[in-house]
Design a protein around this ligand. Structure first.
Ligand code: FAD
Length: 461
C-alpha cells in the first residue's frame, strides 16, 4: 500500500521530511487538497492563488521527473485524505506540521477520522525550530522577539538539508486527480496578475536560484535592507511561505559568512517568531492583542468618506509618494519592500486612522507571500496593538522616511506621474512646489493626521 504525503505550504522535494520518510517505506502518493470548505479555514487571497497555481504545476513537473505525480483534490482536507487512505489501504499519511489554527484543527480532525486504521505522522521542517520548543526561564513560551532570537540562535545551525528522494515509487493505482486549470486559481477578467510573471517564477528550482543570487549580497543586507531603490533584499518570502525552500537551507547557505550576515539571519528568525506568536494566540489575525485597543475609536470604513480614504490607500492615490509607490508596487507585483510595508501600514493605521485589520485583509489578498502569522504579527507590531510592538504614539513621518532611505528611484519607478521630479523634491513634491498637476494632493496633511491619531489614542490610554 502507498504512503500518502499530504502537501500544504511545503511544496518541495529537498529537505522535506515527509517525502524523505515516505520514500523510504515504498510507494508514495503525493496529495494536495485545496481546502476552501473547512469551517474557519482562512481562504487564500487572490495573489496567493496565482502563486499556488504555478507552484503546484512546478511541483508536479518535478515529481514526474522522479516517476511520480501530484494528486489534486478539492474539499475538506481531513475528509478527502481519510477517504484516500481507506480506498488505497494506506496506513500512514506523512506531512509537515503547520500551525495556523485551521490546520491544527484539520490535523486533529484527520486523526479522528483515520481512527485506528491509519496514522498521521507530522514532521518538523517549515521552521528553524518547531514553534513552542523554546521556553523562557520561567518555563513559558517567548512573547518578545529579542530573547527569542537569542535563545534560538544558541540552537543553530540547523541539521544539514535532507537530499530530495532520488526516485519515488508509484502506487499500484493512482486515484483520480482534478485538473489544475479547472481550479481557476488564476485571475481572468481583469487579469490583474499579468505583470507578476515579469517578477516571479514560483517553484523549487526558482527558489534555489533566488537564494544563489542573494548569497553574495547578504553581507550588505544590514544597510541595504532599508533602501527600497536598491535590490538588496532576498525576495525569498513567497518561496518560503509556500515551502519551496526550507528555512534551514537558507540558514546553512548564508550563515557561513560571519557576523556581517547576522541581520539577515535575524529576519529569517522573525518568521519563526511570528509563528511562535500565533501558536500562543490563535486569534492574533483577527483581534488586537492589547485589550485597550479593542475599544479604539477607528474611523468606520462603512462611512463613504472613510471608504474613499481606504480606497485611495489601496490604489496608491494618497498624495504621499512613498506610500503610493509601495501600494502600486504591491498591486503590480504581489510584493512590497519591507521598509515600505512598514510605512504604508503605519499610514493606514495612524494617518487614516483605519483599523489595522482592514490593512491586514488587503495585504492578505494582494501579497504573494501572504502569511497568517507574519502578516498579523507585523500589522500588530506597526499598530502598537501586539504582544511585542512599536508604540502607537511612534508615528512614522512618511516623507522623512522617504528621504532618509533614499526612495527617489523607487518612487519614479512606481509613480509615473513623478518620473520627471528629481531628488530631493520627489519626497514631498507638494511642499516643494514640484508637484505636477497629474499627481494628486495629499489626502490629509501630516501634522493634522498626527494630531488626530494622538487624540484618538488619548481616548483609550
Ligand atoms: P528579506 O528582507 O530578504 O528577509 C528574508 C526572509 O525573512 C523573508 O523572506 C521572510 O521570510 C523573513 N522575514 C523578513 N522580515 C520579516 C518580518 N518582519 N516578519 C516575518 N518574517 C520576516 N512577510 C511575509 O512573509 N508574509 C506576510 O504576509 C508579511 N506581511 C507583512 C506585513 C507588514 C505590515 C509588514 C511591515 C511586514 C510584513 N512581512 C510579511 C514581513 C516582510 O516585509 C517580508 O517578509 C519581506 O519584505 C519579504 O521580502 P524578502 O523575502 O526580500 O525579505
Amino acid at each position: 500500500a502507498p504512503t500518502i504525503v499530504w502537501l500544504r505550504r511545503d511544496l518541495r522535494l529537498s529537505d522535506q521530511a515527509a517525502f524523505a520518510a515516505a520514500a523510504a517505506q515504498g510507494p508514495v502518493m503525493p496529495v494536495y487538497v485545496l481546502d476552501d470548505e473547512t469551517p474557519k479555514h482562512r481562504i487564500m487571497g487572490g495573489a496567493s492563488r496565482w502563486w499556488l497555481h504555478h507552484s503546484l504545476k512546478s511541483l508536479d513537473t518535478d515529481l514526474r521527473a522522479k516517476g511520480s505525480r501530484l494528486v489534486l483534490r478539492r474539499g475538506k482536507a481531513a475528509d478527502i485524505l481519510a477517504e484516500l487512505a481507506a480506498e488505497h489501504g494506506a496506513t500512514e499519511i506523512h506531512a509537515l506540521h503547520h500551525y495556523e489554527p485551521w490546520w491544527l484543527n484539520a490535523q486533529k480532525d484527520l486523526r479522528a477520522k483515520l481512527n485506528d486504521n491509519a496514522e498521521l505522522v507530522l514532521h518538523h521542517g517549515n521552521y528553524l525550530l518547531p514553534p513552542g520548543t523554546l521556553k523562557t526561564g520561567s518555563g513559558g513560551p517567548y512573547k518578545i522577539y529579542t530573547p527569542f532570537w537569542k535563545s534560538l540562535n544558541e540552537r543553530m545551525p540547523p541539521a544539514p538539508a535532507m537530499a530530495p528522494p532520488k526516485a519515488l515509487d508509484s502506487p499500484d493505482a493512482w486515484p483520480d486527480s482534478d485538473v489544475l486549470d479547472d481550479w481557476n486559481l488564476l485571475p481572468t477578467k481583469p487579469d490583474w496578475a499579468k505583470g507578476f510573471t515579469d517578477h516571479w517564477t514560483p517553484g523549487e528550482q526558482a527558489a534555489q536560484d533566488s537564494l544563489e543570487a542573494f548569497v553574495d549580497k547578504a553581507v550588505q543586507y544590514d544597510e541595504g535592507r532599508n533602501l527600497p531603490s536598491e535590490q538588496l533584499v532576498s525576495r525569498l518570502s513567497p518561496h518560503l511561505h509556500f515551502g519551496e525552500m526550507s528555512p534551514a537551507t537558507i540558514w546553512n547557505r548564508i550563515a557561513g559568512q560571519g557576523a556581517k550576515v547576522e541581520t539577515y539571519l535575524k529576519e529569517i528568525v522573525w518568521r519563526d517568531y511570528a509563528q511562535n506568536v500565533i501558536q500562543q494566540f490563535p486569534q492574533y489575525g483577527g483581534e488586537s492583542y492589547r485589550e485597550k485597543f479593542r475599544a479604539f475609536p477607528w474611523r468606520d470604513i462603512s462611512d463613504p468618506k472613510v471608504r474613499k480614504d481606504y480606497d485611495a490607500w489601496c490604489r496608491g492615490q494618497t498624495g504621499y509618494p512613498i506610500v503610493d509607490a509601495g501600494m502600486r508596487e504591491l498591486w503590480a507585483t504581489g510584493w512590497m519592500h519591507n521598509r515600505v510595508r512598514m510605512i504604508t501600514a503605519s499610514f493606514l493605521i495612524k494617518h487614516l486612522l483605519i483599523d489595522w485589520r482592514e490593512g491586514e485583509k488587503w495585504f492578505w489578498d494582494t501579497l504573494v507571500d501572504a502569511d497568517f502569522a507574519s502578516n498579523s504579527v507585523n500589522w500588530q507590531w506597526t499598530s502598537g496593538t501586539g504582544v511585542d510592538s512599536n508604540m502607537f504614539v511612534r508615528i512614522m513621518a512618511p516623507l522623512t522616511q522617504s528621504e532618509k532611505f533614499n526612495a527617489g528611484d523607487y518612487i519614479r519607478k512606481w509613480v509615473p506621474e513623478l518620473v520627471d521630479v528629481s531628488d530631493p523634491y520627489i519626497h514631498d513634491p507638494e511642499e516643494s512646489g514640484a508637484k505636477p498637476p497629474s499627481y494628486r494632493s495629499k489626502i490629509i496633511a501630516h501634522k493634522e493626521a498626527r494630531a488626530r491619531a494622538l487624540d484618538a489614542y488619548a481616548k483609550v490610554k
